[in-house]
Structures are given as structure tokens and as C-alpha cells.
Design a protein. Structure first.
Length: 170
């Protein structure tokens, strides 16, 4: 590895496979995605890791996408005690009770229509932006929504992989 390889990426490249697999599972719950990234270690750069992630995400079957989405809590209800979930959904933390109630209704309607949680890269978005996004997407066809979910999952994976590469334990 070159001296420019981030410390976290060097660590990820050298830990045993079970530890690396566990870290990847925290990024994305799809076993197929994690197996593809694990098989390509070591990564020379963070960009190489992102490229592998993007390719693996693009190849996920509908079942693999469903498995990945099952690892994400609904917007407005981050996993208790999970700093990643809380950080990513921080835009909902200060939302009004009315907005939280509306998001719950929209989440349930979306889940009933599509059979999975509403997935969006929530980092940096306000509660209102997330509400507007679910409103806009609820009329999509399942096929349209599956491809939007794939793009959003790719964004989330990149953010989480970057935290690993930079050595951020959270």
C-alpha cells in the first residue's frame, strides 16, 4: 500500500475476513454485496473501494436489494443505540411532532405499496426534504422505485465505506 492509503482502509485490507465481513455488513446488509467487496481486497484507494461497491450494488438482484433494505430503519425511527442510524437521520431529530406523524403515515403507505422501507440517503437532508421525497416517490412503479432505491443505497454505502476508510469507528 502507498503511504497515501488512508489508515482505516489499510486496516480494512489487513483484518481477518470475518472482521472485514462484519464491517461490510454494518455498511450494507446484503450478503451478496459484502461477499463481492470482501473478495476484492485489498483496495489501493478509497476510490477503488467505491468503484467495487458501485459495481456490486448495480448487480444486486431484487432479493439482494430487499436484504439490503431490511437493514435500514424507517426514516424518523432510527435504530435505538445505533450512532450511524442516528447520525444519518439527524434531519428528523428536530422535526415537529406533526412532521414526525406525517412521516410515519407516509412510511407506512410506502411500505404497504412497495413491501419495503422507504430508502433515501438521509445524510444532510431536512425532515421536510425527506417527507417531500417520499411524497414524490410513492406514485412510482415498483420498477422505477427499485432503481431509485439502488441509487440511494449506493450513496449510503459510499458514505459508510468512507467512514471505514478514514478510520472512523462510529
Amino acid at each position: 500500500m502507498s503511504s497515501t492509503t488512508p489508515q482505516g482502509l489499510t486496516r480494512f485490507n489487513t483484518v481477518d475476513a470475518s472482521e472485514a465481513q462484519a464491517a461490510l455488513h454494518e455498511v450494507c446488509a446484503s450478503r451478496a454485496w459484502g461477499s463481492k467487496l470482501l473478495a476484492q481486497r485489498p483496495y489501493a484507494t478509497t476510490d477503488a473501494l467505491f468503484t467495487a461497491s458501485d459495481a456490486a450494488t448495480a448487480e444486486l438482484s431484487a432479493e439482494d436489494l430487499a436484504e439490503a433494505m431490511a437493514g435500514h430503519p424507517p426514516i424518523g425511527r432510527p435504530k435505538a443505540g445505533d450512532p450511524t442510524s442516528n447520525r444519518e437521520q439527524s434531519g428528523m431529530a428536530g422535526a415537529s411532532d406533526d412532521l414526525k406523524a406525517e412521516m410515519l403515515e407516509l412510511n407506512l403507505a410506502y411500505q404497504e405499496k412497495f413491501g419495503h422501507v422507504f430508502l433515501i440517503c438521509a445524510s444532510g437532508r431536512t425532515g421536510e426534504q425527506m417527507r417531500d421525497a417520499v411524497r414524490n416517490r410513492i406514485d412510482n412503479t415498483p420498477e422505477q422505485e427499485r432503481e431509485i432505491v439502488r441509487v440511494e443505497l449506493g450513496k449510503i454505502n459510499r458514505i459508510r465505506l468512507n467512514r471505514i476508510a478514514e478510520g472512523d469507528p462510529a
